[in-house]
Design a protein around this ligand. Structure first.
Ligand code: 5AD
Ligand code: SF4
Length: 378
């Protein structure tokens, strides 16, 4: 064993949760992180023990190694082309009470709003002119938007812009509702699973929210035919290598078409207001691992990543991301969709700042394209 290896043994054995499994692995010879990353590239999956070892024992050089590999894979499938999605945050109401999110129902300071159908359509209109060919309708879990109302909006948007893809991100609903939305023409659905570890899910959510139901929703969405996206926050309170391993195992099982990850960022008016933000480099490393595992997966450099670092979006792309999602919501409501503190919603993060974003991407050798950007894998 080299000196470097023994450092990773130290960091693992001190965390006695992993000690048994990780040491077995180390002594069985799979001690080189780069070897594990190579195996991930080939097999597109790892065992729980390998994930724990990699996520608890990686060093800077392994991150760089993963980023280079991820960028090469993204380049192979997408060239230097970045897909853009116009994000419409159409309701700031939510019936849930997730401990981390500023839109939780018990946050009385949140300024709630709902866009009208006309306002939503005018966002699409503006987005279409700017070159967007995917619209993402995102909101809290807002019962005012009944299935019938959502169905109506889907039909309006798809009727008017049949060449565009429509993504929904409106949380957990019945399977029959999802089916209705799919039949009305919605193409994609984003529903972050938040954590793949049951106990950790319980730490992030009140008891009335169900880990199993969230997973069932994701399975149903995929079965119905949606291009389906899951995802999680990096560095949420209670997250560790073991819970992250469960995220990766769940992703291996679900095989989603899209994966959204970004650092956890505290919101002052939530129970997690005093917690630490997620780690920037760890987020980039995970993006790379997801690209290596998912190959053609649609992977955004998220707003949260751009919020914790001024060059977060660019770094995300250089780590393997291939999607950006500028904000198309009306300027008057943008600051109200505050899921965490200091969330970016202007300049390069905004649809009208697209030229600025494009310039920044060009500087790192990438260009945005005016296409739907569907999932093209098997
Ligand atoms: N920090 C980072 N991401 C958050 N989200 C919610 N609250 C936060 C936060 N404080 C993410 C969750 C959710 C999505 C809408 O935003 O993953 O699914
Ligand atoms: Fe609602 Fe989503 Fe925020 Fe949870 S994360 S409170 S479901 S908007």
């Amino acid at each position: 064993m080299t000196i470097e290896d023994s450092r990773s043994v130290d960091s693992i054995v001190h965390d006695n949760r992993f000690a048994g499994e990780a040491c077995n692995l180390l002594f069985s010879g799979i001690s080189d992180m780069k070897q594990i990353i190579d195996r991930l590239e080939k097999a597109e999956c790892l065992t729980r023990d390998e994930w724990i070892l990699l996520l608890s024992g990686y060093r800077d050089e392994d991150r760089v190694y993963a980023a280079e590999k991820a960028r090469r894979i993204a380049g192979h499938y997408f060239g230097n082309r970045i897909f853009i999605r116009g994000l419409i945050e159409f309701t700031g109401f939510c019936k849930n009470n997730c401990y981390y999110c500023g839109l939780r129902r018990e946050n009385e300071k949140a300024q709630r709003y709902r866009l009208t159908e006309e306002e939503i359509l005018s966002c699409c209109e503006q987005g279409y002119k700017l070159g967007f060919r995917t619209f993402v309708l995102q909101g809290g879990e807002d019962a005012w938007y009944t299935d019938a109302r959502i169905e109506h909006i889907i039909r309006l948007i798809k009727g008017r812009w049949p060449d565009c893809a429509l993504t929904l991100s409106i949380g957990e609903r019945e399977e029959a509702s999802y089916r209705l939305f799919y039949e009305a023409g919605a193409d994609r659905y984003l529903l972050r699973h938040e954590t793949g570890d049951r106990a950790h899910y319980g730490r992030l959510h009140p008891p009335e929210m169900s880990f199993d139901h969230r997973k069932d929703c994701l399975r149903a969405l995929k079965k119905i035919g949606f291009q389906t996206g899951c995802g999680f926050m990096v560095g949420s309170p209670g997250q560790c290598a073991q819970t992250l391993a469960e995220d990766m195992l769940w992703i291996q099982e679900l095989r989603p078409h899209m994966i959204g990850i970004g650092p956890f960022i505290p919101h002052q008016d939530t129970p997690f207001g005093q917690e630490r933000a997620g780690d920037y480099q760890m987020t980039l490393f995970l993006l790379s691992l997801l690209r290596i595992m998912g190959k053609q997966v649609l992977l955004p450099a998220t707003t949260a990543l751009g919020t914790i670092h001024p060059e977060g979006r660019e770094a995300g792309i250089l780590a393997g991301a291939n999607v950006v999602m500028p904000n198309l919501s009306p300027v008057s409501v943008r600051r109200k969709y505050a899921i965490y503190d200091h969330k970016l919603c202007m300049d390069a993060e905004a649809a009208e700042g697209l030229a600025d974003l494009e310039k920044r991407l060009r500087q790192i050798g990438y260009e945005t394209v005016s296409e739907r950007g569907d999932w093209k894998g098997r």
